[in-house]
Ligand binder design. Sequence first.
Ligand SMILES: [Zn+2]
Length: 87
Amino acid sequence: MTLKYLLVLFVVAIGFWMVSTRSRKPRDRGDAARDRPSAAPPSKPQAMLRCAHCGLHLPASDVVTDGSLAYCSESHRRLGAGPAAGP
Ligand SMILES: [Zn+2]
């Protein structure tokens, strides 16, 4: 009799643990996603990337990427990495 109760208690405890761990994860993600926009300033500072061909700096949203390299324009992407690519 006691063993049966213990087993039921064990199963219920496992069930509670699974529910609590499952419900906690999405809530944490939601909080993180909700906190980010409020914490970030209205004008988000954009990462500046350097054109691999001419060395021009421009915002990450304006670059033309080719693999790991960034270019200021499609024509420079076609020309490939120029002398400015080196350090
Ligand atoms: Zn360029």
